[in-house]
Design a protein around this ligand. Structure first.
Ligand SMILES: C[S@@+](CC[C@H](N)C(=O)[O-])C[C@H]1O[C@@H](n2cnc3c(N)ncnc32)[C@H](O)[C@@H]1O
Length: 413
């Protein structure tokens, strides 16, 4: 059988604000030899007249159009223009997904982050980068902590003003902000100020915002103080929450279902574990569901998806979870079974309850599937007259188990 002919390589050329002048010889040669150059109109306009290839402007929206556009020009020498480093928050990701990394030849240019670190004298490895391109503003909240240096990739000219307002609203108004525009080009400009008194009018759409955080320190590990959440009492309290997140054991990229979301604390702390973690909160009460979304934004994880409705019906059609937490509704018929059935082999289930009825159910599931059945009893020291005594919170029964298809149901003795 004849070996398949390898498909031609697509050259991806990173270009900066200095345009054609700033390109390395290899990038210029690739563009001059191309039969089709695909890019944003702004980037295509940077090409000199001798680059005679067909110029194809990216349509909007861009991502869904990528496979069709590449297929249309298949068989030709294609160059794709990208801004800065194509593999850093750039078109390179979509191209690699569409055609496979082996068919890409990427010629990077310094990214706006490299330029910004160069101008500011900030080590890139100690600088956190947050993109607000196509993402909610509160994505930035998760990165705020006293003394941190951040670079924010702006969506447009309005982003710096929005960042200033967010910093002020979240208690970081005293932080220094610098907006770096057109980095590496002839119209480079830096504006400087403090978030709470930021008065600069919107400038260039091509900008990056450097933030020196001054405000509260941010806690990294689960177990945030209870008053970090707006709630009506339906909240898994701090010490039990920390133990619950430990049992759920989030890993990068994983998806959690938080069933009976209440105030959203379990899903929120799952998402804060890593920027690639995903979560769906399911809550039957619409007021609480709204509160979950507010808490998620305030704690920097607006990507939390909230489904309003009663489980198990509301679970239908949700993407397959890696872990499920049941914080409410355990006695709803079929709820625990639906959660268990939704898990793939290796998936984790953790369920908490304070009622004897649900404890009986968890004891039965523990008998059938094993895992860990624990009782978490937390007491707080409080004044008793002139002395101090323990005030016991309701003990929480927690069952946690890993689904393993090889596990044979235990026999009744
Ligand atoms: C104890 S609270 C959970 C607290 C939550 N883990 C937190 O930390 O905010 C239980 C929640 O489950 C919700 N709930 C009860 N049964 C439900 C069901 N069948 N479907 C969805 N939500 C349910 C209740 O409305 C309540 O908000």
């Amino acid at each position: 059988m004849a070996a398949a002919v390898p498909a031609p390589v697509i050259t991806v050329v990173g270009v900066g604000a200095d345009g054609w002048e700033g390109l390395a010889p290899a990038a210029r040669e690739a563009l001059l030899a191309a039969e089709a150059v695909i890019g944003a109109p702004r980037q295509l306009a940077l090409l000199p007249a001798e680059a005679a290839a067909a110029r194809v402007a990216w349509p909007s929206p861009l991502l869904p159009a990528v496979p069709g556009l590449l297929a249309e020009h298949a068989g030709r020498r294609i160059c794709v223009l990208a801004s800065g480093d194509p593999m850093f928050f750039g078109i390179g990701r979509a191209l690699a997904d569409a055609v496979g990394p082996d068919r890409l030849h990427v010629l990077p240019h310094p990214s706006s982050v490299s330029y910004a670190c160069a101008r500011l004298g900030w080590p890139a490895e100690d600088t956190e980068v947050v993109s607000l391109v196509g993402r909610p503003l509160d994505t930035l909240t998760a990165a705020l902590s006293d003394g941190r240096r951040l670079l924010v990739l702006s969506a447009d000219a309005a982003t710096p003003g929005q960042v200033a307002a967010l910093l002020t609203a979240r208690g970081y108004g005293a932080g220094r902000m610098r907006v770096l525009e057109q980095l590496g080009g002839g119209r480079e400009r830096i504006t400087d100020g403090v978030a709470e008194s930021w008065r600069h009018p919107p400038g260039d759409a091509l900008n990056i915002v450097a933030v020196e955080c001054a405000g509260p320190r941010a806690q990294l590990v689960p177990g945030l103080p209870d008053d970090a959440y707006a709630h009506d009492g339906q909240l898994t309290k701090r010490h039990v929450r920390a133990a619950t997140l430990a049992a759920l054991a989030p890993a990068p990229g994983e998806l959690l279902w938080d069933v009976g979301g209440g105030s959203g604390s379990i899903a929120i702390e799952w998402l804060r574990a890593h920027r690639s973690c995903r979560a769906v909160g399911v809550e039957r009460d619409p007021v609480r569901a709204g509160r979950i979304a507010g808490n998620a934004a305030a704690l920097g994880v607006p990507r939390l998806r909230v489904v309003t409705g009663p489980a198990p019906a509301a679970l239908a059609g949700l993407p397959v979870p890696d872990a499920v937490f049941v914080g409410g509704g355990l006695t709803a018929p079929g709820l625990l079974q639906a959660c268990w059935d939704a898990l793939p082999p290796g998936g984790r289930l953790v369920a908490n309850t304070v009622t004897l009825e649900s404890e009986a159910l968890l004891t039965e599931w523990y008998r059938r599937h094993g895992g860990d059945l624990v009782k978490l009893a937390v007491a707080h020291a409080v004044p008793v007259g002139g002395f101090t005594g323990w005030r016991q919170a309701m003990p929480v029964t927690q069952w946690s188990a890993v689904k393993d298809t090889r596990t044979v149901e235990r026999e009744t003795p």
